[in-house]
Design a protein around this ligand. Structure first.
Ligand code: DER
Length: 237
């Protein structure tokens, strides 16, 4: 089946298992897979008359516009800091459920929203499920950085862990991508067949002055739902 069908199956399965009448605050991630999750929620709200009190907290302008487009209740962390469930996509997930996120450039708010959730649920298609990070995702680990610091941070990461970090350039805008938070993104292509301790890497990179956030989500995911090519859904936890 097409990737979209796989994403849709995973997203709908996860929503129906994790979003119940007891779910008051739901974190909404970013990217293409989470769109199917929002569509399923909207179906349950508007077609089935369920989840009328549900409040959705976005993790990007894209997520905010999704919530508004489907006329769902828009919340924020100022008023709803205790999130029951957050649902988001991922660029790659390894055997320990370490995630690479940020392919869509929204990793900072995504990680904050995920960190506020009692349960963080990942929805993805089967191409995201790897034994080791880097097997299928070849764009490296996204890192959100203060614009004035991207070169020293790049040099620092390469000195610490090897590989190459490059500034993410926009395609339909001159110059670098600027995130929802006004920052730059580095994509760090790490050394493929090297065994990294991703917890250590995440901590070390986060400590570099000027780094806002990394796209390494370590020990954060509760469960991952993968839409498979045969239409089944595989669960990792
Ligand atoms: O940028 C992000 O973190 C997105 O969630 C990304 O990782 C998943 O995007 P996709 O669902 O479009 O593959």
């Amino acid at each position: 089946i097409a990737l979209d069908a796989a994403k849709k199956t995973a997203a709908r399965t996860a929503v129906d298992q994790w979003v119940t009448e007891d779910t008051k605050i739901l974190g909404i991630g970013s990217g293409s897979t989470v769109v199917f999750a929002v569509q399923r929620i909207a179906e349950r709200v508007w077609k089935e008359g369920e989840l009328t009190d549900l409040i959705c907290v976005p993790s990007s302008y894209q997520a905010r516009h999704l919530i508004l487009d489907y006329n769902l209740n828009l919340g924020d962390l100022d008023r709803n800091p205790n999130i029951d469930v957050a649902i988001d996509g991922a660029d790659e997930v390894d055997r320990h459920m370490v995630l690479i996120k940020g392919g869509g450039g929204c990793l900072l708010q995504e990680k904050v929203v995920a960190s506020c959730a009692k349960n963080f649920i990942v929805v993805a298609d089967y191409t995201k499920n790897s034994i080791r990070l880097g097997e299928q995702w070849c764009r490296g680990v996204p890192i959100e950085v203060a614009p004035m610091a991207y070169v020293p941070i790049k040099l620092h990461i390469e000195a610490l862990f090897g590989g190459e970090a490059s500034l993410r350039m926009a395609k339909v805008k001159a110059g670098p991508i600027v995130t929802d938070n006004g920052n730059f993104l580095l994509d760090w292509k790490f050394i493929a067949n090297r065994e990294y301790d991703w917890d250590e890497v995440n901590r070390a990179i986060t400590l570099i002055p000027g780094v806002l956030e990394t796209g390494l989500f370590v020990n954060m995911a509760t469960k991952c739902y993968y839409g498979m090519a045969d239409g089944q859904v595989k669960v990792q936890n």
